[in-house]
Design a protein around this ligand. Sequence first.
Ligand code: ADP
Ligand code: ADP
Length: 226
Amino acid sequence: MAAIEMKNIVKKYGDGFPAVNDVSIDVEDGEFLILVGPSGCGKSTLLRMIVGLEDITDGDMMIGGKKVNDLAPRDRNLSMVFQNYALYPHLTVYENIAFPLRLANKPDSEVDEKVREASKTLELDEHLERKPGNLSGGQRQRVAMGRAIVRDAEAFLFDEPLSNLDAKLRGQMRTEISRLQKRLGITTVYVTHDQTEAMTLGDRVAVLKRGVLQQHATPRELYENP
Ligand code: ADP
Ligand code: ADP
């Protein structure tokens, strides 16, 4: 059984042609899947349907073998990292990372243990009392990732997480994300329009064009058979 199964997923906004058109993709347990394609091809819409931030017009979304079409985002046990990081500016790094655990009413001792573990993994342990406004772009990105890894989610979902960083930092964070994902072995779906990210990060790449799945293959297969 795949970790995430998208079965004939359709999304229509109003009467226009579908933003996502009959897309079926299985994401295997522990796999790093890239969703790539030009702006407007439907990749964010597809990601938001996995997380539950967008209603599905037609088709089935399965997570861990269970149909989640009607489940609220908080009941899907997924961790999403947004393009703009969506950090809380008035909260410290510590509390930003702790946020999902606070929401779940975890005891302070558990919160503390998990936040310290995540911040060590992401080399944020020196910055726990700072606020996001005083951090560099790369540090903010790490805080957003800390908030994602602090809970035992079934999968990570990334929506163009590096697009606000300069080229050098982007390369560095790319390596970090790849290492982190391999180390945690957690199923990951990663949206990007960046070809380099698509070809270097993922185990498999799903190429979308105007809402339709064009290719679904390993980077090597895509390279040899573009
Ligand atoms: P991508 O992430 O690949 O840039 P999107 O998923 O954001 O693409 O958008 C796919 C298509 O759906 C685009 O034509 C976009 O304009 C349209 N779209 C996205 N969100 C909405 C919305 N809330 N209402 C209407 N149309 C939307
Ligand atoms: P991205 O390129 O990251 O998908 P967009 O600029 O396409 O970002 O979209 C930003 C937000 O605007 C998204 O939340 C999307 O749902 C919304 N959006 C995109 N296209 C439309 C549209 N045609 N009508 C209404 N909302 C839209």
